[in-house]
Design a protein around this ligand. Structure first.
Ligand code: GAL
Length: 413
């Protein structure tokens, strides 16, 4: 099917121009899960840039979250129906595909374009590298550690906009009394898992965080520092009662419209505020590290290119890989997405208040690796399942859930 599309495009080009320019006519189907308003705006920048090279971006958006899209993407690649390029979170999600030789080696593109020197922080490129070979083109740093706050919700409830997690919890009853849900939370496992992860980075010491997430130390996971996270997570689930939405962007919309006080969510929420015309610092605020500890994780999105037995496709894949890391595409894409660029040598001066906070934290090197990089997909799924159960079962105590968490960490890989 792909070959047929490509050939007919070539014939059409030949009829119009009289010349078949192979390099300028390659179509690549690109799969991704960027389907919210802000995300679609951002991905359109990538398509526009690729089309400007004379190639054609065939958009393969998969509705739903990464949790829905990833298995579809992976089974297509394994099942011999590869797309031209695909989004994944760089880190361990592509491990097995790389081992099976199913993803294109981009090492030559990386060295020609000096990726080792321009990509910052360098662990983003490391997360694309296996045995010294590069297999993905990082496109952004997405950070999860943000609390997005509606000014209208707090002002109409007669309380100040919180500046940290404790103030956020303390303001909850005033919002409730005003008919506003204190915390907007989408009801999907990865979102509850994200909320827990953000509370952990904001509320425990860096040593304790590394002990659990990197060293898989179950004693620390079950110990007193992490008990504080479980207490906060318990507060959070109670503050979210009445937030009956599924998708993350529906939860963001509750904050945008002042129906909820805040949402703990990744920087991609920023794109939704922009689409709605909300202004950072005026209509909403953002607290990195929940205002408690200004630290961000540096996971993100990257594009992988499944191996195909076709020299033209491979040339177009490499062209797209180089383009994604190029300065112009980095600026255009990340300004729309709300994420941080993967290089420090570009002009982000037009970024809004919230993005400037993120850029400052990044420049100061106050960063952590993401769960996608440290934990296997299997461990992440087990954690997300526990979070979902705890979130929906108000009879499960924080102590019981913490003990279960420590058990998962004990056997984590
Ligand atoms: C993440 C992705 C982000 C964001 C989010 C919600 O997995 O890395 O870029 O789009 O999903 O769709």
């Amino acid at each position: 099917m792909r070959k047929m599309i490509k050939r007919s495009a070539l014939v059409a080009t030949a009829l119009i121009t009289g010349v078949v320019n192979v390099a300028s006519a390659t179509e690549l189907e690109v799969t991704h899960w960027w389907t919210s308003g802000g995300e679609a705006n951002a991905v359109a920048e990538l398509a526009k840039a690729f089309d400007a090279t004379g190639n054609k971006w065939v958009d393969g958006a998969i509705a739903g979250s990464g949790g829905v899209a990833r298995p579809i993407i992976i089974s297509r690649i394994i099942g011999g129906e590869p797309m031209g390029a695909t989004q994944l979170n760089h880190g361990r999600q592509a491990e097995e595909l790389i081992e099976a030789g199913l993803l294109l080696d981009l090492t030559d593109v990386a060295s020609e374009n000096n990726w080792r020197n321009v990509i910052y922080p360098s662990n983003l490129l490391d997360a694309c590298t296996v045995d010294g070979r590069v297999y993905c083109a990082p496109v952004n740093i997405h950070s999860a550690q943000w609390l997005w706050l509606s000014h209208e919700a707090y002002e109409s409830s007669g309380v100040a906009v919180p500046s940290n997690w404790d103030e956020f919890v303390a303001a909850g009853p005033a919002l409730r009394a005003n008919g506003i849900v204190p915390l907007a939370q989408g009801q999907q496992g990865w979102q509850t898992g994200l909320t827990f992860g953000v509370l952990a980075t904001a509320l425990v010491s860096e040593d304790a965080w590394y002990a659990v997430n990197r060293d898989k130390d179950s004693t620390v996971a079950g110990g007193s520092e992490y008990a504080r996270v479980w207490k906060a997570f318990d507060d959070a689930r109670k503050m979210a009662i009445g937030s009956n939405v599924g998708d993350w962007n529906m939860a963001t919309n509750l904050v945008i419209t002042g129906k909820a006080g805040g949402q703990i969510h990744g920087d991609w929420a920023q794109g939704e505020f922009s689409v709605a015309g909300s202004v950072a610092g005026t209509d909403y605020s953002c607290l990195p590290g929940l205002g408690n500890r200004e630290i961000l994780d540096t996971g993100g999105d990257a594009f992988y290119f499944p191996v195909q037995d076709d020299a033209d496709v491979e040339a177009a894949q490499k062209e797209l890989a180089a383009l994604l890391v190029s300065p112009a595409v980095q600026v255009a894409f990340n300004l729309k997405k709300g994420s941080l660029p993967i290089r420090g040598d570009i002009d982000m001066s037009t970024a809004n208040d919230c993005m400037q906070k993120g850029l400052k934290i990044l420049a100061g090197g106050n960063v952590l690796p993401s769960g996608d990089i440290l934990l296997s997909p299997d461990t992440s799924n087990q954690i997300n399942e526990l979070m979902t159960t705890f979130w929906s079962d108000l009879y499960m105590s924080a102590e019981d859930a913490q003990a279960k968490y420590a058990k998962i960490i004990a056997s984590a890989d």
